[in-house]
Design a protein around this ligand. Structure first.
Ligand code: ADP
Ligand code: ADP
Length: 225
C-alpha cells in the first residue's frame, strides 16, 4: 500500500481546516505499525484514509500497485470489505447479539449462508480464545473478552490488513498486553497490523513507529533488529 502526497482538508469556503499535509507512506505486506502523536494531530483521519472510510483531498493511494484514489464509493466499500478489518477502542459490539452473532454480522453483508456464517464465526472465536463464551452477550463479557470478540469480527472476512484505533485504550494494562499479544500472533500469521496508540508500552509491540504532529509525519522508523 502506498500513500503519496496525501493531504486532507475538512470543510470548505472560509471554514477550511487542513488536517493532513503531504503524507508519504509505503506499507509493505506483513508490517506491524503504530501511529502515534498528540490528540488532534490527524491520526484518526489518516487511519480512515488507509481504511477506505474517507477520501484524501489530494494525493494518490495505491493498493497492490493499483491506483485507487479516484475509485467510486461502491468500489471503496468493496475494497474495504475485502481487505480491511477494523478494531476500535470502544469495541462497537451490538448489545443484543451474543458473541457468535456479533462475529457473524460482516458475513451477512457479504451474503454468506447461515451455516457457513456460524462455522466461520465459531472458528474465529476459537482463534481468539473465546470458544466457551460464544453464547454470551457483550454485557456478560469483560473488556478484554469484548475486544477479542471485536477482533474475531474484524478477522471473519479474512482481511489482509487489521486497522486498530486505540485497541487497548479502554483496557487495564494486563488485559492490554494480552490483546497486543493476540495482535502479534496475527501479524506473525501474515496480517498487516496498523494501530493508533498514545502509549509507548503498546507501541513497543510494533516494528515501525510513525509519529504525526500537526498533520505531518515528523518521524517514521523501523525497529533496528
Ligand atoms: P479521537 O481519536 O477520537 O479524536 P483523541 O485522540 O482526541 O480521540 O483522544 C482519545 C483519548 O486519548 C482521549 O481520552 C484523550 O484524552 C486521550 N489522549 C489524547 N491525546 C493524548 C496524549 N498525547 N497522551 C495521552 N492521552 C491522550
Ligand atoms: P487524532 O486522531 O490525532 O486525535 P483527528 O484525525 O481525529 O486527530 O483530528 C485531526 C483534526 O481534524 C482535529 O483538529 C479535528 O478537530 C479535525 N477534524 C476531524 N474530523 C473532522 C471533521 N469531520 N470536520 C472538521 N474537522 C475535523
Amino acid at each position: 500500500m502506498k500513500l503519496s502526497n496525501i493531504t486532507k482538508v475538512y470543510g470548505n469556503g472560509s471554514l477550511k481546516v487542513p488536517v493532513l499535509h503531504d503524507i508519504n507512506i509505503t506499507i509493505e505486506d506483513g508490517e506491524f505499525i503504530s501511529i502515534m502523536g498528540p490528540s488532534g494531530s490527524g491520526k484518526s483521519t489518516l487511519m480512515n484514509i488507509i481504511g477506505f472510510l474517507d477520501y484524501p483531498t489530494t494525493g494518490t493511494f495505491e493498493l497492490n500497485g493499483e491506483k485507487i484514489s479516484s475509485a467510486s464509493e461502491k468500489k471503496l466499500a468493496e475494497l474495504r470489505n475485502k481487505h480491511i478489518g477494523f478494531v476500535f477502542q470502544q469495541f462497537f459490539l451490538l448489545p443484543r447479539l451474543n458473541a457468535l452473532k456479533n462475529v457473524e454480522t460482516p458475513l451477512i453483508y457479504a451474503g454468506v449462508s447461515k451455516r457457513e456464517r456460524s462455522d466461520r464465526a465459531m472458528q474465529m472465536l476459537t482463534k481468539v480464545g473465546l470458544k466457551d463464551r460464544v453464547k454470551h452477550l457483550p454485557s456478560e463479557l469483560s473488556g478484554g473478552q469484548k475486544q477479542r470478540v471485536a477482533i474475531a469480527r474484524a478477522l471473519v472476512n479474512n482481511p489482509s490488513i487489521i486497522l486498530a484505533d486505540e485497541p487497548t485504550g479502554a483496557l487495564d494494562s494486563t488485559t492490554s498486553k494480552q490483546i497486543m499479544e493476540l495482535l502479534v500472533q496475527l501479524n506473525n500469521e501474515g496480517k498487516t497490523v496498523i494501530i493508533v496508540t498514545h502509549e509507548d508500552e503498546i507501541a513497543e509491540y510494533t516494528n515501525r513507529r510513525i509519529i504525526l504532529k500537526d498533520g505531518r509525519i515528523t518521524d517514521d522508523r523501523r525497529r533496528t533488529p
